[in-house]
Design a protein around this ligand. Structure first.
Ligand code: 13P
Length: 215
């Protein structure tokens, strides 16, 4: 019997599918990156040390509403990173963390504390990420101390850049978080391509209009 849309089974399949797609298109390599999504009774998150290209829907880790591991394989070591986003952004339905190349390059160039490490060049970057993309200080992967810094930044931003590590983005649903991660990577690519040039940026009025129209 097939699962009704919106069920846990459908969400498990969707996470595996977006993982495959991101991996196939080079947004993730090796075992880098992790994906989580909110359920009625907790969360699903990709297992630690798993390739996003080969996720088994049945083995995704399940967490309860207190982020305790209650099923599936051992969860990503970045659970606290995802948790910080869900707690800071109650409307978030999914969180995606990648080490995608261009965004990570910016994360190596930008200074912790910066809020706009990527200029507002294109509408979709602003529509998906908003005004700010705070840069968080470097922490080793899996360091729970990162959570406090992320929580403070995520309250006012849909995404952050972890210095020398990579982007983390949230969205209302899985497809929104994935779209935001992809837009962020493309905006980072443009920023690097145009580095040293003086590209025209969106004006504050154009940014206001985008945010008023698309939220
Ligand atoms: P996990 O394999 O534990 O999810 O960690 C991967 C990663 O991207 C660390 O930042």
């Amino acid at each position: 019997m097939s699962e009704p849309a919106g069920s846990e089974g459908a969400l498990r399949e969707a996470i595996a599918e977006v993982g495959r797609s991101l991996f196939a298109r080079g947004y993730a390599v090796g075992t880098a990156g992790n994906i989580s999504a909110r359920l009625g009774d907790g969360y699903l998150i990709t297992p630690t040390n798993s390739s996003l290209g080969a996720l088994d829907p049945a083995r995704l880790a399940k967490l309860d509403t207190g982020f305790r591991h209650v099923g599936g394989d051992r969860p990503s070591k970045e659970v606290f990173m995802h948790r910080a986003f869900y707690e800071a952004r109650p409307a978030a339905g999914a969180v995606v963390h990648l080490h995608s190349t261009m965004a990570t390059a910016i994360a190596c160039l930008a200074q912790p504390g910066e809020r706009q490490p990527i200029p507002p060049l294109t509408p979709y970057f602003v529509m998906r990420l908003g005004r700010d993309l705070p840069v968080i200080a470097y922490f080793r992967p899996g360091d729970p101390a990162m959570a406090t810094a992320i929580a403070a930044a995520a309250a006012g931003a849909a995404g952050v850049l972890l210095a020398n590590h990579g982007p983390v983005v949230a969205g209302a649903a899985l497809r929104d978080a994935v779209a935001a991660a992809e837009e962020l990577e493309e905006a980072a690519r443009l920023a690097l391509l145009l580095r040293g040039a003086s590209p025209r940026q969106l004006t504050p009025a154009q940014i206001d209009e985008l945010l008023a129209t698309f939220g």
